[in-house]
Design a protein around this ligand. Sequence first.
Ligand SMILES: [Zn+2]
Length: 240
Amino acid sequence: MWRSRVVLAALASLSLAVGVVGTAGAVGGAPAPGVAAQAAGRSVGLPPVVSHVPTDEKVVFITIDDGWVHDPGVAKTLVEQRIPASLFLLPGATSYDTSYFTDLVDQGRVGVENHTVNHPDLTTLDAAGKDAEVCGAEDQLTATFGRAPKLLRPPYGAVNDDVRLAAKACGVKALITWTYDFTTWSETPATPQLHSGDIVLLHFTPTLGADLQRALDAAKAAGLKPAALMPHLKSAGLVP
Ligand SMILES: [Zn+2]
């Protein structure tokens, strides 16, 4: 499902070039002056690409992708600690054990969001392909969970204005990338210092339990609480 970190880093740079709001990737620091303004000028009417939510509130955003591994311990943590995580799910990864996710939605505070049907790099597809991937996942997730997703995580964080246009046509209000990836891929990444408004990326892999705990511990150490994305996207003026 994943490419090398080098490619991811390159894609993060590409994202910045087309107008990421806030910081991109694991480099931290403030956005380059004028980047947001340039983006706004180029992309009027397109949903924003958000890697960090500007806020003074002591909040952090937990996001978990794909959905292939269904660890009961992770479900227990999400429900018992009432963590308002955004789950960017692939319909195919939920379909063989749908109740794992419907129970999380019913019993916890998680929300299900869009991550396409087949996890392609959306920038490589033509308009019909983008539509099939984004609107197709939207339709399937709506049928399964009874609510239309409003947020899209583009696979690999790969976005451009054509992707944003296609997302808009499928009802997407914002494209969410990430500030830090806490996922243990070949090795466990160093734990960064989290700040208000950071977006944490995790995946439903066999290490999610430990990765989630590292993220929650890092949030606690920084005095931050997990919060729901959409209300903060609205109060930041990123989503109407
Ligand atoms: Zn993914």
